[in-house]
Ligand binder design. Sequence first.
Ligand code: C2E
Ligand code: MG
Ligand code: MG
Length: 393
Amino acid sequence: MSNNRVLIIDDDKRICRIIKRVADDLGVDSLAIDNPAEFESAYLRYEPNIILMDLQMPRLDGIELLRKLAEQHSEAAIILVSGMDRSVLETTDELGKSLGLNMVGVLNKPIDIDDLKIILEKNFDPLKERRTQSLALTAEDLKKAIAENELVVHYQPQISLASGNVIGAEALVRWQHPEHGLVFPDSFIPLAEESRELIGPLTYSVIETVLQDDVARRGSGVELNISINLSPRLLSDLSLPDKVDGLLAKYQFDPNRLLLEVTESGAMEDPSLTMDILTRLRLKNIRLSLDDFGTGFSSLVQLYRMPFNEIKVDKSFVMKVSKDKEAAAIARLTVDLGHSLGLEVVAEGIEDQYTYDWLKELGCEIGQGYFISRPVDVDQFSKWMDDHSKFTH
Ligand code: C2E
Ligand code: MG
Ligand code: MG
């Protein structure tokens, strides 16, 4: 953490003090300046890796500062802080990106201390580095990992918002890498998707692990729904429904308890082939969930023709419900749309009590998110369920 240096530029001394105090609390070094004329020399002297900047200042505005940073080829993470409305902030954010700057977010004034902490931590959290840095993983490594069972499945609970009871879990794959530690799916799913030789075996290995874990769970009297993510690439594999069905039969898993999650954009690449496969999965009583709803570009007309049972409101909206009116409007609309189409609605990415209560009030059936639990390994998941049931009953 000692490598972090946070530079704050705001003509409002109070804001400087607030941010500085938060940086102190987080144990990182910071420098606050309230005179924009000093910005350039402070930047050169201090070499910050994180910059928080006000947009409106006398004499020098934020946009001019961004230009100066671009001239210096700054790689610092830049956070805009302003009381301006969102469209101005976002346009400025875009402008910064087009100048090649590392724009990492915007903070609205009055500053929410928790948001500030989150955005700061995100930009010096070593975990984040691990998630995003290129690990130079190859298809060959991944193939070996699948064969040598280095892939593990974590579970994130899904609960009924009305009753608080656990009704299921989403299975999320991770790679327990001998050198890099726990690698998250964003770092290797795209690699797997480059070839059907990899994404097929990866997916079937996840399904098989889930089914084995479920046999053990059933042994202790617990039957849950399990959601598994299906790569769009597999929606053109006509053998998929029979393969999945074969695995379910092998472990005597009731197909009604399996939900396969598909993304909206993925579902639409070849609508007639996708329709064929999805319909056959439905005929085998496997349920289908439309993941990440709201982020794709597909048409609603295609969507309502596909045989989904459930839609998941994308976490990018749910995470912002408590602080962003527009995001809340999209989340609300998605819940209503799901209900109008007769589907169950899952909200993923619930991070606070306010959002939990708000969704419950809207009649959203199922909730998932860090506020309830992070994804955890199979043993932690069963412990979590024990504690949770003591709490809800
Ligand atoms: P997804 O299916 O949308 O999964 C939800 C992701 O959101 C998970 O990230 C989960 O950890 C994260 N999440 C859940 N609640 C919260 C929250 O409250 N706040 C925040 N900030 N994040 C939350 P994860 O595990 O890194 O997975 C990322 C994506 O990788 C998944 O997105 C899914 O598209 C893909 N994926 C995961 N497992 C598999 C798999 O077995 N097969 C395939 N094809 N894709 C997978
Ligand atoms: Mg998912
Ligand atoms: Mg999702």
